[in-house]
Every structure is written in structure tokens, then in C-alpha cells.
Design a protein around this ligand. Structure first.
Ligand code: GTP
Ligand code: MG
Length: 546
């Protein structure tokens, strides 16, 4: 189906997927357009209409060559070029004309150069094109993005191809600020620290109307999880049925149709959340095994959101935001103690029948290792065990559980993966994960992935968490993680943890509990296997006696 602006749904989705790669970056490295930068650029380009920025070219990802730049960016309409230098300065240029390889200058009165940050601090400034000059940009097959005319380009980013030196791209471009652009007294030094050593160079296309796009996508896109009960389309469908069950909503109908729909929608979500919560509150491990609680082990890279997931679930049952587990950012794992967290039903209530086990993060050369993971899976590690890199975990350490039973073991592993850094997980870490998966598979322990920080990869979801199952970006991320981890897609569970909120949010609660419910079902799968085995052994013994 073609939309009014000529784009098909598939094209829209494909373009959103592209925008995702721009976001997954590298928030940590400061080499991506932050929301703050986007806002500033929106204001400069067209204050009345927010545009969509779609990443076309990223030198660190695509390779820094003029040929690749032109292949990916020619004839794409208006673009912004952004450079992130090694001093924490961010600068670049906007052109409303398309890039090309014709070896000619293009007039563009709307073009401007800009500075967003200087030495790590926000110093936004727009440098418009001088009215007396004609050439806005220069398209040359051997040049990267080039602003200004033949009187010395104001900014020529690079020529030919540039190889990385470590993390740095030593660009071979030139600057002659002030030739065609009004630099308002700023110099090469105050814009770009007088050098062209950059961490990255990105080119985004600037198109359409963001708001319109989001509405179209919401209307047209089918949920990618077909049978989930909670999503906008499903909510609409459910309105009629929930109304008939909801007398309160009925009385509001006199106040107007819109109000009625609003109330019924809220009622549906409240009801859904209540049902989810109840199913978890009443959860009991499979009977017949004498088990009080199932144990779920969270494993993941440093900062992926393991402790935050526990905090999120804990907050839901406490009834307010809680930070019982230490969460935050640090170079190495913030969590250094193994904790088998209990979750209580309400303030000081009874413990629920599962534990979320939080451990230290995975790193390339340190952190949780293959050896420790086996002890954890088999239930040898006591609660509150303090990991000590100098003293490896062994049967000699204090509190080591020598003869763990079924109740001590791990019944399901939840890999916690930060969705905003999926593309930059190192080979070494992936290898570690694969080795750990082998140990889990040998023990038939089910594995799921909690895909955290989805609010960081998709604008739709940032605005409204309940759009997670209609977000093509999240779907693409789920597909990718499923492939990398070798797990079915139903085992990849997107989640948004509490991090900046001070009050509970219904949609965050629903999504987190949906994940947890799924994890508990998988834990039961493990227990079913144990039960089958016990029963098979009993039968074998009886047969032997006979
Ligand atoms: N935006 C956003 N931030 C999150 C989310 N989950 C976690 N965070 C943030 O990510 C950072 C790291 O989270 P932690 O829960 O400490 O991560 P961890 O896996 O326990 O890390 P270590 O204990 O250091 O191994 C914190 O600043 C959290 O607030 C999420 O879903 N969305
Ligand atoms: Mg932690």
C-alpha cells in the first residue's frame, strides 16, 4: 500500500531500521546524535516541523572512504554531516541539496555549518552561508562531505579513504572557515580544536514530518508479536468487551464518547496489569519436586541492566520505586556480590515463590567466567558471596555449598542484553557467552534474553512503551539477538527498566511482568524435565526389583 507521501509501509519500516543503527551507538562513546543535539538541529532546520533523521553513513561502521560516502548518500535530499572529535567537540554542516559525484558546486542558500559541543560542553552555534556567495556544497567523487566553494572550502572532511588508528579516524580534510560561511568570529580552534582527529563522522538524511510518520506507522503496522494481549490495536479491540464488564465506565458514557473510550482503555490496562500481577503472586514451582522457589540467574555484560531488572520487579510488588540493588555505571561491574534476591508481595509481605539471582557482569578479560558460571548453575554459591578476582571461586571458599539439591540449582538463565549496544558486543564477550551457553545446554537449563533499554533504540517506544510490539526497530533488534544467541525469537523479551522514573508506570509494569511470567514458564519447563527424569528413574527401579 502506498502512503500519501509515496512511501510504502515496507519502505517506512526499512528506513526506521536504518535509523536504529544510528541510535545503537554509542551513547557510551559520545559518537551519536543525542536527543539534545537532535532538538537543536530541528530548531535550526525547520522550527515549525520536526524532521526524521535517518543515518545514511557512519564512517566507523561503513569505512571512511569517499566512494562509500557517495554510494550511501548521493541523491538523498537534505542531509546533516556530524563530526565527533577526540576532544569532545561536535560540529558539522547541513545542506538542503543532495550530495553527488559530479565534481561541481551546488548553490544552497539554506546550507549552514554548526557547532553543537566544544570540549565536552554544549555550545550550539549556527553559521549561515554568506549571502554574497553562491556555492553551498561541493560534490566530488574523491571527496567526503565538502562545504563551501572553490575559494578554499570552508570544510572538506576528507579525500580518498582514511584508515582508523585505534579508535581514531585521522581525517585528511582541510578547513578555510569564513570563505562561504559566516563564522561569527569563531575559528578552527574554537569549533574543532584546530585538528581533524575524529572518533566518527556521520551523515543523516533529513526528511518528512516525524509526527506524521509516527502516526502512520502506528496505524498501519501490525504487531510483530501476533498473540500478545497488550498493544494499542489489541487495546482498541478489547474496549468493547471490557466495557460490558465495567459498570463504572458505563456511567461515564453520558459524559461523551471520547471520555468513555479513554476510561475503558485505562480500565483494560489496569485489569491486564492486575491479572499479570496475580498470576505471578500465585505462581508456585511445579509440584511433586518439593521445591519452594525457582531460581532465575541473570547474566550479562557490565551495565546491561541486571540489577535494574530486579529493582524494576521489586518496585512493582513493593508499590513504589525501589533501588534495593545497587545500579549505575562504572568501568567494572558495580555488582560484586552474588545476591539471590527475594521479592515480597507488598511492604514486608510474604516472599514470592521465585528468586532473581544477580551477579557481577561479564567483561572481555575479567568478570564472571566459565568456571564460576558452573558453580552458580549447580547451586554451589551461597547468597551474599563476595567475588574476589584474587581468590577464584573453589570448594575451599567460605560458605561453598558442597552438596546442592534441586532447590539450590538455577532453573532458568536470563541473559541481560543492552539493546542499544547489541552491534558493538565484542567477539571476546560473545565467545564467553557461547561457552556459558554450552554449560547451560549440558544441564538442559532454559535460556531467555531480557533485552533492556529499548527506550533508547526507538523513538516510538521512548514516547510510549506499549508500542514495543509495533516497533520495527525493536523487532529488528530481537531478530538480531535471536540469531546471535542461537535462541528462538520467543525467548527474546524486550524490557524497559525503571531508571529515571520516580513513580511507577503502568506500561513499564505490564511489560516487565510479561517478561517475568514468560521466564517463570521457562523455569517450569526445566522442572518438568526433572520430574520426568525422577519418574523414569522410579519406573526403572521398580522394573529392576521385579
Ligand atoms: N534507559 C534505560 N536505562 C537503563 C535500563 N536498564 C538499566 N538502565 C541503566 O543502565 C545502567 C546500568 O544498569 P545496572 O542495572 O546497574 O546494570 P548491571 O547489569 O547490574 O551492571 P553491573 O552490576 O555493573 O554488571 C544504570 O544507570 C541503569 O539506570 C533501561 O531499560 N533503560
Ligand atoms: Mg549490577
Amino acid at each position: 500500500m502506498a502512503l500519501t507521501d509515496g512511501l510504502t509501509v515496507t519502505q517506512l519500516i526499512a528506513r526506521t531500521s536504518l535509523s536504529k543503527s544510528g541510535l545503537n551507538v554509542d551513547i557510551a562513546m559520545g559518537t551519536s546524535l543525542t536527543d539534545q543535539f537532535r532538538e537543536q538541529l530541528h530548531r535550526w532546520i525547520d522550527a515549525n516541523q520536526r524532521k526524521r533523521f535517518i543515518l545514511l553513513f557512519k564512517a566507523s561502521r561503513d569505512g571512511c572512504s569517499a566512494q562509500t560516502f557517495h554510494t550511501l548518500c548521493n541523491n538523498k535530499g537534505p542531509t546533516i554531516t556530524v563530526l565527533y572529535n577526540t576532544n569532545g567537540s561536535v560540529y558539522g554542516g547541513y545542506t538542503s541539496a543532495s550530495w553527488h559525484s559530479n565534481n561541481t558546486y551546488t548553490t544552497d542558500d539554506k546550507a549552514f555549518l554548526f557547532r553543537l559541543r566544544h570540549n565536552g560542553t554544549c555550545q550550539p552555534q549556527k553559521f549561515s552561508k554568506l549571502p554574497s556567495t553562491d556555492s553551498g556544497i561541493y560534490g566530488h567523487s574523491n571527496y567526503g562531505p565538502t562545504f563551501g566553494g572553490n575559494n578554499g572550502h570552508d570544510l572538506r572532511t576528507f579525500t580518498g579513504a582514511v584508515n582508523k588508528s585505534g579508535n581514531v579516524l585521522p581525517l585528511n580534510g582541510t578547513t578555510n572557515f569564513g570563505s562561504y560561511y559566516d563564522m561569527q568570529g569563531q575559528s578552527c580552534s574554537s569549533v574543532m580544536n584546530g585538528h581533524m582527529q575524529v572518533l566518527d563522522l556521520e551523515v543523516y538524511s533529513v526528511e518528512g514530518n516525524l509526527q506524521e510518520y509516527v502516526s502512520k506507522l502506528k496505524m498501519l503496522q501490525r504487531p510483530w508479536v501476533r498473540n500478545i494481549e497488550w498493544n494499542p490495536r489489541q487495546k482498541n479491540k478489547s474496549q468493547t468487551s471490557s466495557l460490558s464488564r465495567n459498570p463504572t465506565a458505563m456511567t461515564f458514557s453520558t459524559g461523551g464518547r471520547m471520555w468513555l473510550r479513554f476510561v475503558s482503555l485505562i480500565y483494560f490496562c489496569v485489569q491486564f496489569l492486575k491479572e499479570l500481577k496475580e498470576s505471578i503472586e500465585t505462581y508456585k514451582p511445579l509440584p511433586g519436586l518439593g521445591l519452594q522457589q525457582t531460581r532465575i540467574l541473570m547474566v550479562g555484560q557490565v551495565g546491561s541492566g541486571k540489577s535494574s531488572f530486579f529493582n524494576t520487579i521489586n518496585s512493582i510488588f513493593r508499590g513504589h520505586i525501589s533501588g534495593q540493588a545497587n545500579a549505575g555505571s562504572a568501568e567494572h561491574s558495580l555488582t560484586t556480590t552474588y545476591r539471590m534476591y527475594q521479592i515480597r508481595d507488598g511492604y514486608a509481605g510474604r516472599p514470592l515463590n521465585f528468586r532473581l539471582c544477580d551477579t557481577r557482569g561479564l567483561e572481555e578479560d575479567q568478570g564472571l567466567d566459565d568456571h564460576e558460571i558452573c558453580y552458580l548453575l549447580d547451586g554451589h554459591v551461597p547468597d551474599r558471596f563476595q567475588f574476589n578476582p584474587a581468590v577464584p571461586l573453589s570448594p575451599e571458599v567460605m560458605g561453598f555449598v558442597k552438596g546442592p539439591g534441586l532447590g539450590d540449582r538455577i532453573h532458568c538463565v536470563a541473559f541481560v542484553v543492552d539493546s542499544s549496544t547489541v552491534d558493538v558486543i565484542s567477539e571476546k564477550v560473545l565467545e564467553r557467552i557461547k561457552n556459558m551457553q554450552t554449560k547451560m545446554n549440558q544441564r538442559s537449563i532454559p535460556q531467555v534474553v531480557l533485552l533492556t533499554k529499548i527506550d533508547r533504540i526507538c523513538e516510538l517506544v521512548t514516547d510510549e512503551i506499549s508500542d514495543v510490539f509495533v516497533s520495527p526497530t525493536v523487532k529488528e533488534c530481537v531478530d538480531r539477538v535471536a540469531m546471535v544467541m542461537g535462541l528462538p525469537r520467543s525467548h527474546i523479551l524486550p524490557v524497559k527498566n525503571y531508571e529515571c522514573e520516580v513513580e511507577l508506570d503502568q506500561d513499564v509494569n505490564i511489560l516487565s511482568l510479561l517478561c517475568l511470567r514468560q521466564v517463570l514458564h521457562f523455569s517450569d519447563d526445566y522442572l518438568y524435565n526433572q520430574l520426568d527424569q525422577i519418574e523414569a528413574e522410579k519406573i526403572a527401579q521398580t522394573q529392576m526389583k521385579e
